[in-house]
Design a protein around this ligand. Structure first.
Ligand SMILES: [Zn+2]
Length: 157
């Protein structure tokens, strides 16, 4: 078995609702980024690439590449899974934390977990999503940014 971790942070900007784990969250501030800015998908993708020692998402999906402008990060996660399958890896489980001052993410966990498990081709109980606030500390606490951490365990299929 092999383990990997992933981390991502994006600025929050007015005018587009955030996408997290492929779910559009009703909120007046959204995630800035070249892609759809889905920090959770990005952290999980990096954890999977880390576990398989295949690099990171910046290397596979360069932000300067116009193909990834407004890219659907769930699709990028599917492409990461294809790279793992080529190495004959399967996902054992994924755990994640989104650091977000507001809105409350708990009502969206079910949709996020469903989207993520489908994108990775695994069962719902193999994906965990949690949320934490930053207790008002720093840029995350001020609501200027949103971050996510993820760990992934993989095994040979
Ligand atoms: Zn990102």
């Amino acid at each position: 078995m092999r383990i990997g971790n992933g981390y991502d942070i994006h600025h929050l900007v007015a005018g587009r609702p955030p996408k997290l784990g492929g779910a559009t969250i009703p909120c007046d501030k959204g995630l800035h980024g070249h892609s759809d800015g889905d920090v959770l998908c990005h952290a999980i993708s990096d954890a999977l690439l880390g576990a398989s020692a295949l690099g990171d998402i910046g290397m596979h999906f360069p932000p300067r590449d116009h193909r990834y402008l407004n890219a659907d990060s769930l699709e990028l996660l599917k492409q990461v899974m294809e790279k793992l399958r080529k190495k004959r890896y399967k996902v054992v489980n994924v755990d994640s934390i989104v650091i977000c001052e507001q809105p409350k993410l708990t009502p969206h966990f079910a949709v996020m977990r469903t989207n993520l498990s489908k994108a990775m081709g695994i069962e719902l109980d193999q994906v965990s999503v949690k949320a934490k606030t930053s207790e008002g500390i720093g840029e995350l606490g001020r609501g200027d940014a949103m971050a996510a951490y993820a760990v992934a365990l993989i095994d040979l299929a």
